[in-house]
Structure formats: C-alpha cells, structure tokens
Design a protein around this ligand. Structure first.
Ligand code: RP5
Length: 193
C-alpha cells in the first residue's frame, strides 16, 4: 500500500469505526499528511512525480499541490504559515526558472524546506538551481540536483529525517540502500541488453 492509499485507508477507518481515544489519535496521525510536496506549475509534475514515487514507496503520507510563488503569492504565504501548526514535518518545493517558491516558503516558516530545481526551457534548470541555492544566511533551503534525481533525493532525504525518530522507517531505508548495492554489484559491462 502506498502513502496515498494508506492515508485514504486511515481516513476511511476514521469515518467507519468506533474508536477508543488512543486508537482515534493514532488513525488521525496516520491520515494527516506529514510532508508537503508543492510545485510552481502542473508542468513541474513530470519531474516532481519522482519525489512522490519515493514517498509512496516508503509509505510517507504527503499532500501534493500547485503553489505558484508569482501567480499565487497569497496562497503560498498562507500555506507556509499553516505548515507548522498543521504538523507538516518538511516541505519539498519544486520550481523552474526564477524559482522563488522554496525561498519564499522558507521566509515564512521554520518547517524545513527542500528545494528541487526543475529544468527550464532555455537555461536547462541552471537558472532554477542558482535561484534556489543562493539563499541569504539565516533563511536556509536545502537545494537538490536539477531534475528527477533531485526530486527523488529530496524525498529520500525526507525519509532519512523521519527515520531519525522512526525505527520502522529507518529499517526500510537501510533495506532500500542494500537493494541498490546488490543491484550495483550485479552490474556487468558491456551491458547484456
Ligand atoms: C515556474 O515556471 C514553474 O515552477 C515552472 O517550472 C515554470 C513554467 O511554468 P508554466 O508556464 O509551465 O506554468 O514558476
């Protein structure tokens, strides 16, 4: 079951069953997204879905939405201001070009912001990278690689953050790394196919 399905199942349980207060609290925690996955445009999804796929794989509850720094500044600030009170543990923010979304979210919340530079048409995402990475001292954004690798790694970094206080998540992360090592050791050159 992936993160979204697990959240849906928890929401369904909340609706359909009678709980003790402890059980209800546990189900509510499971149903609530832990991570925000936001991006400046729906055109960013092809890159940012690689973050979603990793979060799904680890069963991390997240919410995904478009939040444009330049076209939806009021919603962006509201989202940032609500992130802490709503219990989000981190926000992965992808944007391309004049990629202000991660930095402006960071300006309005102390929830950790992980910035993913989305490739742009003319400068291939080098503009996005520089825009995201060059934050002034005092307002940090963790900047990742341009494109799919950055999106996947931002999600894996979130998993590592959660794993620090969640032993089950830590075990999944170790297993994930071991699988990669096994796959690399089995590689032969020239490739067979
Ligand atoms: C940025 O402008 C978005 O993050 C996207 O990468 C880029 C292009 O947006 P669209 O014109 O495709 O909506 O704000």
């Amino acid at each position: 079951m992936n993160g979204g399905e697990s959240r849906q199942a928890a929401q369904q349980l909340l609706k359909s069953r009678t709980f003790t207060p402890g059980q209800r609290e546990m189900a509510q925690r499971k149903a609530a997204p832990q991570i925000g996955l936001v991006m400046g445009s729906e055109s960013d999804w092809d890159v940012m879905k690689h973050a979603a796929m990793q979060l799904d794989g680890f069963g991390v509850a997240y919410e995904a939405r478009v939040l444009s720094a330049h076209r939806m500044p009021d919603e962006m600030f509201e989202y940032a201001e609500d992130a802490g009170p709503r219990g989000l543990r981190a926000i992965i923010a992808g944007a391309g070009g004049a990629a202000h979304l991660p930095g402006m979210l960071a300006a309005k919340t102390t929830v950790p912001i992980l910035g993913v530079p989305v490739p742009s048409k003319y400068l291939r995402g080098e503009d996005s990278l520089l825009s995201i990475v060059q934050m002034p001292a005092g307002v940090p954004v963790a900047a990742f690689a341009i494109g799919e690798a950055g999106a996947a790694n931002a999600a894996l970094f979130v998993v590592a953050l959660l794993a620090a206080t969640d032993p089950a998540m830590a075990r999944k992360l170790v297993a994930f790394r071991q699988k990669q090592t096994t796959a690399a050791r089995a590689m032969r050159v020239p490739p067979e196919s």
